[in-house]
Design a protein around this ligand. Sequence first.
Ligand code: ZN
Length: 320
Amino acid sequence: MLLTRHDGKKDPLMNELKLGDVTTVRIEEMHGPVMSTDQFFPDLPADAWQEHRAGLEPDHLDGGSTMVNSAFQTWLLRSEGRVILIATGIGNDKTLPGAAYWSNLKLGYLGHLAGAGVRPEDVDLVINTHLHVDHVGWNTRLADGEWVPTFPNATYLMPKADFAFFDPANNPSIAGGVNENVFEAGIAPVHAAGQVRLWEHSHTIDANLCLEAAPGHTPGSSVVKLASGDDRALFAGDILHTPLQLTYPEHNSCFCQDPAQARATRRRLLGWAADEHLYVLPSDAIPLIASGSPGAGFHVDLGFVIRSVCGRAPGAGRPP
Ligand SMILES: [Zn+2]
């Protein structure tokens, strides 16, 4: 794997990864404190956070506090000549009654994307690993009072199980939860435009990339596996939200829909990643995590920190 900064120097503090024939750039929407440790991970003992505090601050734990820091971001991939986005953050201008602290954001996400040389019309494929509010936001943008696809030439890959689950017509409990209004503003308009392709079980993207179902966090949660040249990586979606879950893989976040299935999926995929020495690139966490040897937990080298293209965006640090 080649690690390259935008200034061309090899350095672990970089914007860009070269994984085989695939180029990967982390595009940050925002990064900051989201929820307290006991809210976010109700069963994870407070002592564990304290024990690992030095390794978690400042990217994953707010300095001196019990607030978990998360990154909302997209992995931008260039593979076989196509521009691919994995996850699309929270988005601007959304009305989110169940996540009011994310409502009506005015962030520079598209500018960050432009900083990596990508205009919305350049995007060929959008991968929503699952359909939670903070992963589908930039699917759409507001234009003359209407929600329209942000990426007019893209196919949007969505898990069939999540498309059914998060449709309030099928599931009235969506109203009042964190995903209230999300289907209407971020999913249905793309579907109406004929740009959605639903998939289940697994889906081959190209010779380097494939999607695989990883249910539990949500019914349709998925991961992207990369195999190119000698490099292997796992874009892990929301199977984990903090590196501490590598040490305590049995602990879920409060957002995991099926706790037992989420635990089993996390153990299976992280065990596989450790066995195969994969690089694990989570959705909501900052570092690139290089897997070490498998063990009772997962012995992991918290390898490299990937800096955002344009630095930290304003608007982070909104408490729930
Ligand atoms: Zn999620």
